[in-house]
Design a protein around this ligand. Structure first.
Ligand code: AMP
Length: 308
């Protein structure tokens, strides 16, 4: 039984008010794999890269228990490229460029060895590709989690709606939740999204934490107040990797355990933003992660006596 991760493996160029990167390794599935492999192995990766993608990156991930059997390498093509510029608040950004390259004609092929998939993480990617993966997996996974973004809401809404109708958990940020639902209130937005199919919706609010909705139940997880946010790129994917990694490790998909999974996701995301790209994720130890989760526990723990 295993975790299968679908998404981009890519190059990014990032500008923040504090610095600028050259073309660096990024992509939704790259961040998810770096994050989830701290909790569960193997992570079975499904993606496509061009001949320009560093082979070394694939082998470093492989050494961490990330299977690359489902990653197609198109030697004569270029990898997906994204470039973005963050505003001063570091919570909002503009996409400067999206070059699909190798993604434009990508037909995913789910290897036989991935058919034991119990947890399916559909990272940010063309909705038709996400759909094709769902349809190729013969036995419905125990949990299907989807991450997406405004780009696909604008360019492939009907495919995206079809994917959303087939999943269990949708991860979006606050502006995407508003865009998808047409509602300003996040509570109303969650209600509308839950009517589209998923049983759970998680709305990420950057430095203001994340909300989990399921029926009438709501849970709120804070983000760690950090003095310095260096680069928020990949924080959402790193959150997703920690969330599903924890669920895959514990094999418990109850609402109570999802609360813990959101804290794990938030802790992982808090590391991601501390350095450019995946750099901070590359150096983490189990002790670092445990200490950070403890900080989250301390942050929200309080005693109060009710006078009644
Ligand atoms: P996040 O900051 O968590 O939203 O994710 C940023 C990552 O998503 C970057 O590493 C990009 O390579 C990747 N990305 C950006 N735009 C897209 C897109 N339209 N589809 C798939 N991945 C994307």
């Amino acid at each position: 039984m295993s975790l299968v991760v679908v998404g981009t493996m890519a190059f990014d160029a990032i500008e923040t008010p504090f610095g600028k990167s050259d073309k660096i390794v990024g992509g939704a599935a790259t961040y998810i794999a770096w994050s989830a492999s701290n909790f569960t192995r193997p992570v079975k990766q499904l993606s496509v890269v061009g001949g320009d993608f560093p082979k070394e990156e694939l082998s470093i991930l492989e050494a961490r228990g990330v299977s690359m059997e489902g990653v197609q390498i198109k030697e004569n093509e270029k990898s997906f490229f994204w470039s973005g510029r963050y505003h001063l608040d570091m919570n909002t950004r503009d996409t400067l460029d999206t070059q699909l390259n190798v993604l434009a004609n990508f037909t995913p092929v789910v290897p036989d060895s991935y058919q034991d998939c119990e947890f399916l993480m559909l990272g940010n990617l063309v909705p038709a590709i996400q759909l094709s993966v769902i349809n190729q997996i013969k036995n419905r996974p125990k949990l299907v989690v989807l991450d997406t973004m405004n780009f696909w809401m604008e360019s492939a809404l009907s495919d995206l709606e079809e994917v959303i109708s087939k999943i269990d958990v949708l991860l979006v940020n606050d502006s995407e939740a508003r865009q998808l639902s047409g509602q300003y209130s996040l509570v109303a937005a969650a209600k509308t999204i839950l009517e589209m199919g998923p049983k759970y919706v998680i709305i990420k609010k950057g430095e203001h934490g994340a909300l989990l909705f399921n029926g009438d139940q709501v849970f709120f997880a804070p983000a760690l107040p950090l003095e310095m946010v260096f680069d928020p790129t990949g924080a959402g994917d790193t959150f997703a990797g920690g969330f599903i990694g924890h669920l895959a490790r514990t094999k418990d998909i109850s609402f109570e355990n999802m609360k813990a999974a959101i804290i794990v996701g938030s802790a992982m995301a808090s590391f991601c933003v501390e350095k450019f790209g995946t750099n901070r994720l590359r150096e983490l130890t189990k002790v670092d992660i445990d200490n950070r989760i403890q900080q989250f526990k301390d942050l929200t723990k309080f005693e109060i006596e009710l006078s009644s």
